[in-house]
Design a protein around this ligand. Sequence first.
Ligand code: FAD
Length: 416
Amino acid sequence: MKVVILGSGVVGLTSAWYLSQAGFEVTVIDRQARSAEETSFANAGQISYGYSSPWAAPGIPAKAIKWLFEEHAPLKIKPSLSPELIQWASQMLVNCQLEKYRVNKSRMLTIANRSRECLAELNRNYDLNYQGRTKGTLQIFRNPAQLKAVEKDIALLEESGTKYQLMNPAQCLVQEPGLANMQGNLVGGLYLPDDETGDCQLFCQQLQQMAEQAGVTFLFNTTVDKLNSENNQVVSVETSQGTIHADSYVIALGSYSKHLLAPLGIDIPVYPVKGYSLTLPVIDQQHAPNSTIMDETYKVAVTRFEQRIRVAGTAELAGFDPALPDKRLATLNHVVSNLFPQGVDLAQAEYWTGFRPMTPDGTPIIGQTKFSNLYTNTGHGTLGWTMACGSADILTRIIASQGQQSFNELSVERYS
Ligand SMILES: Cc1cc2nc3c(=O)[nH]c(=O)nc-3n(C[C@H](O)[C@H](O)[C@H](O)COP(=O)(O)OP(=O)(O)OC[C@H]3O[C@@H](n4cnc5c(N)ncnc54)[C@H](O)[C@@H]3O)c2cc1C
């Protein structure tokens, strides 16, 4: 059976891998010259199973108002609000209710935990080197309110069997000695020992090679323009290189998935939440991070790859604007200079921006649509690298079972 996957970011690529391993004949189409050139290019590098949480959480609406007036706030909103953004933000507000947060987080944890098993198996069976580490995530708190707020997550971590350790400031410094500069400024931390780190783009480059060797066909430099349907089936996809036919089609176009589905009458609430990163070399081993540090105050992650550090964060609601304004980059500069002043040299920083394909409930949209041979694997928002392998495995089970396994709570059906 022939499956065409639209998009070769980390989500499309892992989908291609798992579907080809299950015996499908897979073709991947992407407008770029190789995999992971858009949002999967320079993300924070957290493979953070334990940290998998929706951004829509109790307390966020009040915080969002406060952030509007802060210089280094994690959230920025461009003054011109589009109807699309207003609709998405209203749905997000609804998802801030505690009960909805609990459901959404537990769905994300389920996918993330499946991802952990899948990535571990890939690493056991193949010689992948994506500068990965298995040293956990340390979420650091600078005030008692942050420590208190984490209590709502502890019960869910326990329910899902996710290992964690609440740390006092001294334990945080033992875990991450490079944070010595923060002595006296931390009130504690949440350590998630099973979390991993790694360069998503390096992973994708290697997985692309493995997929090619396994028989997957990649059509790069090919733009997807339109899906054609008849009755309740998609019959072809129109691209800049001509019309392509398959038995099934998977939409994995990240933030651009919405536009391709809209003409078919499928409305997925995926908004491009812009984020920024910087990558810079380690100049002093003693004063650099070991793994990922998540600074809760700024919601900025700092991750170690071999001799580099990646710093990433900011959620900007501004549509598809690729600009790199100095005032946004200043927040990342501020956090890394505050945490690791001796470990980095900002003069060598490389800056990047990407659009997180974000759903209002934080959970990706995986599964069948109202067209029986059209599937989505998109909307991974802040944690697409973390959830990619598990999502691809779930999608493969859905397609292989021909409707027997539905995972309806993950599909677009949950919004109807
Ligand atoms: C600043 C930042 C930090 C992040 N940090 C983390 C992190 O630490 N951990 C984590 O797990 N996640 C993180 N994420 C999120 C993660 O990067 C995304 O969820 C993930 O990359 C989404 O992958 P994707 O394959 O869905 O989308 P993409 O990587 O964007 O892939 C979509 C593909 O579709 C192609 N495409 C789009 N439109 C067309 C078209 N019309 N025709 C042909 N091709 C098309 C694009 O070229 C692209 O290759 C971060 C994101 C940002 C922005």
